[in-house]
Design a protein around this ligand. Structure first.
Ligand code: KG4
Ligand code: ZN
Length: 346
């Protein structure tokens, strides 16, 4: 039994568990932002042969990896498990079977250790990854959340207080990276492969479309037409250098992401722009976002690459804040594959 049964404070130690997609992760975070340990076991190699995540295989791999990953996070933190005050786990959105592994494990640990269990929204957790490195971020913030499944511009008015400013109307940015990389035979996952290939290419070689940019106030995104434009171009010009296609495609995606994030920050009078999600690991996006922020006189916060992609430290951080605002989740909490970000009414 521990001393932290009430409101969490700066010494509250939360075990985070993440199993929503293809990373099995566990982390210990103290006080909502001090990462004591963070372990990520990636299933990338397991799914690479299939060119994408196979849900059934992902669930089985989580089942095998989770206990050792949790044990490693505890050992690396150098703490006794009786010191852990709460267990936070992703309960959605994500693959149902994969989520169930983490949710069941978190409930079992919370019962065994007699500590609260807190269910965390994976999208909210991505918003919190920047706070792991800079807890002093001031609201309002604009968060550009760009992952394999989501592309959103969110106004973060305070902890747990979100407004959706814009989102993709078709493919997510990461999905576009993955599909274009697969088409160009650059490997899986596509984002890092395009990022690397683009280093040797000319971003101005091909002018690909920048969708939904005519109306400056439109903060929604569309990447499906861009993906088709890349395919049509390569079919028409089979001898084109893949590096030039990769660099020109990446430039088109980054131009749109940066211009809309800037516009969003202006609209809401944000103190800064925060990046989150796997695509936030992209080199060009990071460079251009920082340049734009410096130019506009707003702060640019880029979590380290390992905190942008899926990890459990962000789950523990968001869990700490949810524990503070809502208290523990009931043991009847289930996996919610289509969970949405909780939004303010306006
Ligand atoms: O957030 P995340 O790890 O998982 C989801 O919740 O989706 O994001 C994974 C996505 C994949 O589409 C991957 O290709 C993309 O992030 N990604 C990148 C880079 N690293 C990962 N996209 C562009 N450039 C990168 N360096
Ligand atoms: Zn994610």
């Amino acid at each position: 039994m521990t001393q932290h049964r009430g409101r969490p404070d700066e010494s509250t130690l939360v075990l985070g568990i993440e199993t929503s997609c293809d990373e099995t992760a566990a982390a210990l975070v103290m006080g909502g932002n001090d990462v004591v340990s963070s372990v990520v076991a990636s299933q990338i190699e397991i799914h690479a042969d299939f060119g994408g995540v196979v849900p059934e295989i992902a669930s089985r791999a989580h089942l095998e990896a989770l206990n050792p990953v949790v044990a490693r996070a505890i050992v690396e933190a150098g703490v006794d498990e009786v010191r852990i005050d709460a267990v936070a786990c992703t309960y959605g959105p994500g693959l149902i079977g994969a989520l169930l592994v983490g949710v069941s494990a978190a409930k079992a640990l919370s019962l065994a250790w007699d500590v609260p269990c807190v269910a965390v929204n994976h999208l909210e957790a991505h918003l919190y990854s920047a706070f792991l490195e800079d807890p002093s971020l001031e609201f309002p913030l604009v968060v550009l959340l760009v992952s394999g499944g989501h592309t959103m511009l969110i106004e973060m008015e305070g902890h747990g207080r979100y407004r959706m400013l814009g989102q993709t109307i078709d493919d997510a940015a990461g999905e576009a990276f993955d599909k274009v990389a697969r088409f160009l035979d650059l490997g899986y996952p596509g984002g890092p492969a395009i990022d690397a290939a683009a280093l040797n290419g000319d971003p101005d070689a091909i002018r690909f479309p920048r969708a939904l940019t005519e109306d400056a106030d439109n903060l929604d995104f569309s990447f499906s037409g861009l993906k088709t434009a890349v395919m049509n171009y390569v079919r028409k010009h089979p001898d084109v250098a893949s590096a030039d296609v990769a660099a020109s495609f990446q430039q088109a995606v980054v131009d749109v992401l940066v211009s809309k994030a800037r516009r969003a920050a202006q609209q809401v009078g944000a103190t800064g722009i925060v990046l989150g999600g796997g695509v936030a690991a992209n080199s060009l996006l990071r460079e251009e976002m920082l340049g734009a922020c410096a130019n506009d006189g707003v702060n640019g916060f880029l979590p380290g690459r390992s905190m942008c992609t899926d990890n459990a430290a962000m789950i523990a951080a968001a869990g700490w804040h949810r524990l503070a605002s809502d208290g523990p989740s009931g043991l009847d909490t289930g996996a919610m594959p289509n969970l949405k970000l909780p939004l303010l009414d306006r």
